[in-house]
Design a protein around this ligand. Structure first.
Ligand SMILES: Cc1cc2nc3c(=O)[nH]c(=O)nc-3n(C[C@H](O)[C@H](O)[C@H](O)COP(=O)(O)OP(=O)(O)OC[C@H]3O[C@@H](n4cnc5c(N)ncnc54)[C@H](O)[C@@H]3O)c2cc1C
Length: 381
């Protein structure tokens, strides 16, 4: 097992850290307050190649794999979790198209979603289909006259859904076949019958817009089916397997960011005539935070490594996400505690990080669902 970063990956780390510090951190509090997705910084991410990670150069990407994505997302999350989530969730769609798109789909959509700076969204969840993603009720009915599918239904909680120009939408083409009746479609925002509904007012991750999407007789050309008809559920589950490593990287990065802030604060804040870094109770907090975060790091890197060398990684991806998410909550909670009353104030970044960290236990599958995935893999059930 060799986790040593390549020269290119060291460069990605440096570039990501610089970008996070100069472009993302200064905006983090503002986008949390305004609840507005920062389109300008997304376009800058695209110009630097971040939105093309894992996509071949011939389609506008920069190549690379899961580890490259982990490094970028980890560095972004240290400074601005909403931006890290934006990148991580955007990448799901270009990765699906790279793996399963037809040549025509790749040529048409990938350059737009990579260097083109257009946002993508992955639309699976519905009001009645969350953890039970197989419960999708959105329908897609074939219309032979126009050789297209007509989509009807509502998706909810879709990251970037209000900003996306290209979306992968999962809909039932054969309800009698259960999960084998779900298919994946590429929908463009301008397709007639597609509209954006409510934009959610969230506890955290407020700089990443989360939207309801409405399909009313939305016409999608048959050439926009991704993979084969009926493969949608499999496509969604495989995409989530990979995406969970990215969510693990979000949890890892925000924990590292919270530790950095805590160390600085402990050395600066004086109580009882000395910096609070001298207090053993708080030193032990830091030791616990750093130890658990180190463990989370190697689990995330290991899952990315397995993914990149083509070995099975589904269970390890679920484990790394579950662990990094729980650790993100644990670490941001103690980091806020270390900051005392100041940590509770909106002027300090900790209260935002504490709110932001929580999402990692919910999206891309809840922690409970991850335990289902892991225990099934171990027990063979
Ligand atoms: C900010 C945000 C962004 C999101 N972005 C996207 C996106 O881009 N695309 C997308 O498709 N979806 C997205 N989601 C949806 C997200 O993936 C779902 O919210 C999540 O999968 C949980 O579904 P649910 O909210 O319906 O909860 P439910 O499934 O109703 O779960 C409720 C509770 O029951 C538990 N539970 C459910 N089933 C089991 C079980 N079998 N065993 C044990 N416990 C169980 C859950 O863990 C949870 O605690 C997003 C959600 C949020 C909040």
């Amino acid at each position: 097992m060799d986790f040593a970063l390549t020269k290119e990956q060291e460069l990605i780390r440096k570039l990501s850290a610089q970008f996070a510090e100069t472009e993302l951190e200064p905006l983090a509090a503002e986008i949390d307050d305004t609840h507005v997705f920062p389109m300008d910084s997304f376009k800058k991410m695209a110009a630097l190649g971040f939105t093309g990670i894992g996509v071949p150069k011939e389609y506008g990407g920069v190549g690379g794999g899961s580890m490259d994505e982990v490094i970028a997302v980890e560095e972004f999350a240290k400074k601005c979790m909403a931006s890290a989530a934006t990148l991580s969730i955007h990448l799901i769609t270009p990765h699906i198209l790279t793996a399963l798109g037809t040549e025509a789909q790749k040529k048409k959509y990938l350059p737009r979603l990579t260097k083109g700076g257009e946002v993508a969204a992955f639309a699976l969840t519905e009001p009645g289909a969350g953890s039970d993603a197989a419960g999708v009720k959105t329908t897609a009915v074939y219309d032979a006259d126009t050789n297209s599918y007509i989509l009807n239904g509502t998706k909810c909680f879709i990251t970037g859904g209000s900003r996306a120009s290209v979306l992968i939408v999962f809909a039932m083409t054969a309800p009698e076949k259960g999960t084998r009746g779900i298919s994946a479609f590429i929908v463009e925002k301008d397709f007639p019958g597609f509209s954006v509904g409510k934009i959610e007012n969230k506890m955290g991750l407020r700089g990443s817009e989360t939207a309801e999407l409405i399909f009313e007789d939305c016409r999608v050309p048959a050439e926009n089916v991704v993979g084969k008809l009926g493969q949608g559920f499999k496509i969604a589950m495989q995409a989530l397997d990979s995406a969970r490593i990215g969510t693990g990287a979000q949890g890892l990065g925000i924990a590292e960011g919270a530790i950095d802030l805590s160390v600085k604060y402990m050395n600066k804040r004086v109580q009882f005539g000395k910096p609070i870094a001298a207090l053993q109770g708080l030193q032990w907090y830091i030791a616990d935070m750093a130890t658990k975060t180190e463990a989370a790091k190697w689990m995330v890197y290991h899952a990315a490594y397995l993914h990149d060398i083509g070995k099975p990684f589904s269970m390890e991806a679920a484990m790394c996400k579950l662990n990094a998410a729980e650790n993100a909550r644990f670490v941001t909670n103690l980091a806020l505690q270390i900051h005392g009353g100041y940590g509770y104030m909106h002027d300090y970044p900790l209260e935002r990080m504490y709110r932001d960290a929580k999402i990692t236990e919910i999206y891309e599958g809840t922690s409970e669902i991850h335990k289902v995935v892991i225990s099934r893999a171990i027990l063979g059930k």
